[in-house]
Design a protein around this ligand. Structure first.
Ligand code: HMG
Ligand code: MG
Length: 299
């Protein structure tokens, strides 16, 4: 076993979580969520997306959310930027880390960002270049790494090729998205191993949605191979509007409980994280989609 001693957790609930909510969530509620996560010791928070409000109206308040952020030393806020318009808005909002996103599936990419995989690279090249000119770090997402809602099975070699391309273009970290949560542990290991043949393992992140209840098992399998970056969403909120039926990311509470139990450090306080999950669940008027939160919050 090659477990890491410490794991970097990237909290994606304000973006991935809230992009998929039918109800309107106020800017204040979004900022409360971000502040609660900060209080719990979360150091990497994807706060919003500068995407087209025609495509994702839930994130139409990106500018206002960024204007209300409290900037603490050591806390890193990031935002999605699908094109130059998004990057320019992120720069204006003072964001210091952005993420571009493409997929290992042509059909999903067309539905999600209205272009082919090759076109997405052409679109990202000047975005990454300009971001770097402004000292902004760029993360790259690959969606559909373990299955596509439109094409079914996805070739892991294609995932590794897309990851390599993003890395070669200057993305400092590549997040591997099991967008619809269909992956299982051995397939996750195979996919990660192929990616790690192209991009250093220390720059690969696991972004697993929990639609089939496999996310934690898949994360554990990948930790065995030495993966050290995990994307997660408090209370398990989330999903992609362009992947029908996709539910939330693995809940951060479940991840932290497992890592605490394995003696792997994260710097995140589970009790405060539970409180953050309770708070946003109250706003959303439903129970957290997290067994650990539900079990510990009644104690
Ligand atoms: P398009 O329609 O081809 O773009 O969309 P366009 O350039 O023709 O623009 C259309 C309109 O949107 C124009 O407005 C633009 O100004 C505006 P109009 O002139 O008609 O009034 N527009 C923008 N507005 C604000 N910010 C922008 C922006 N860009 C254009 N950045 C586009 C192409 C990429 C913009 C669109 O497809 C889009 O925004 N897609 C985003 C979809 C999305 O956010 N999906 C969810 C996130 S990805 C995800 O969840 C997966 C992930 O979690 C990993 C995983 O789980 O796998 C990351
Ligand atoms: Mg996602």
């Amino acid at each position: 076993m090659n477990y890491p001693k410490r794991v970097k957790v990237v909290e994606v609930s304000p973006r991935d979580g809230l992009q998929n909510e039918k109800q309107i969530i106020s800017v204040d509620d979004k900022l409360n969520l971000i502040n609660d996560l900060r209080t719990a010791g979360v150091k990497h928070i994807e706060v919003t997306g500068f995407v087209s409000p025609k495509w994702v109206p839930q994130l139409g308040d990106a500018k206002a959310v960024c204007a209300g952020l409290t900037w603490d030393e050591g806390v890193h806020y990031s935002a999605l930027t699908p094109n130059m318009k998004g990057l320019d808005a992120a720069i204006e909002a003072g964001i210091k880390e952005v993420a571009v996103f493409t997929a290992a599936s042509e059909s999903f990419n067309q539905k999600n960002i209205n272009c082919s995989i090759a076109e997405s690279f052409e679109r990202f090249a000047p975005v990454i270049e300009k971001a770097h000119m402004h000292n902004i770090k760029v993360r790259g997402y690959v969606s559909c790494v373990l299955g596509c809602p439109y094409e079914g099975a996805v070739n892991p070699e294609v995932v590794a090729d897309v990851a390599k391309k993003l890395h070669d273009m200057g993305c400092y970290e590549i997040s591997l998205g099991d967008t619809i949560g269909t992956g299982t542990p051995l397939k996750a290991q195979q996919m990660l191993s192929l990616c790690a043949g192209q991009v250093p393992m220390s720059q690969l992140a696991l972004h697993f949605h929990d639609t089939y209840g496999q996310a934690l098992a898949n994360i554990h399998a990948c930790l065995e191979l030495g993966a050290g970056i995990i994307d997660a969403s408090v209370a398990g909120i989330g999903g992609c509007p362009y992947a029908k039926g996709a539910t939330g990311n693995v809940s951060t509470e479940n991840v932290i409980y497992m890592l605490d139990g394995m003696g792997i450090e994260t710097g995140i306080d589970l009790a405060q994280l539970i409180a953050a999950g309770q708070q946003i669940s109250e706003v959303l008027r439903r129970k957290p989609n997290s067994q650990v939160n539900n079990a510990l919050s009644v104690k």
